[in-house]
Design a protein around this ligand. Structure first.
Ligand SMILES: NC(=O)CC[C@H](N)C(=O)O
Length: 200
């Protein structure tokens, strides 16, 4: 076991699958259900699910400010699917903004009814072979700000990106055996932990 702990926000959605994938890498995972648990983790995953419901629960359980603070401390966050919607600074066609942490404009349920759920093999920046991705009522990124690195696209739409300590995918990387996105996140978490250690 490494000395890292990764949390999965456990308010709603595909929580267990992420926990299993984190544990499959020999890393300690906890399900985060109370804001105080944010102090016990080095990085946090927002699972897929229903972003509107997740946001209601974020408010109800007093997570809003603690999550903003977690990000301010440069602690890595990985938002998958609904998690991407939570991270976005703007949602297309909507006045609603959730956490607004990442400089991306996101369109919800973006692939339309005919392609509600689909799978695709993606070329990903930094990966040496395609990544098989599962999309479920997925969003995509319409626009990125200057500091955002685009990692993958499908049909010309951005579906994976990184901005410093923030990583996001429109698909569900926890539903396949391929753990390369999680491994990338783990590297981000290790890096951030080393930096914090050096500052202390
Ligand atoms: N699989 C998912 O996470 C779907 C996300 C959903 N469309 C939302 O915006 O909340």
């Amino acid at each position: 076991m490494s000395d890292l702990t990764i949390g999965v926000l456990g308010l709603q959605g595909a929580v267990e699958e992420h926990v299993k994938q984190v544990e499959s890498l020999g890393i300690h995972a906890i399900i985060v259900k109370r804001p105080s648990q944010l102090n016990e983790i080095d990085g946090l995953i927002f699972p897929g699910g229903e972003s509107t419901t997740m946001r209601k629960l974020i408010n109800q359980y007093g997570f809003f400010e603690p999550l903003i603070q977690f990000s301010k401390e440069q602690k890595p966050i990985f938002g998958t699917c609904a998690g991407m919607v939570l991270l976005a600074k703007e949602l297309e066609g909507s006045e609603v903004v959730h956490l607004g942490l990442m400089d991306i404009v996101v369109k919800r349920n973006a692939f339309g009814r005919q392609r509600e759920s689909f799978e695709a093999d993606l070329e990903v920046a930094g990966f040496d072979s395609p990544f098989h991705a599962v999309f479920i009522r997925a969003p995509y990124i319409k626009k990125v700000g200057g500091g955002v690195e685009v990692l993958a696209e499908v049909d010309g739409h951005i579906v994976a990106a990184r901005q410093g300590h923030l990583l996001t995918t429109a698909f569900h990387p926890e539903l396949t055996e391929d753990s390369r996105f999680l491994e990338l996140f783990v590297e981000m978490v290790k890096e951030s932990k080393t930096k914090t250690f050096q500052k202390a």
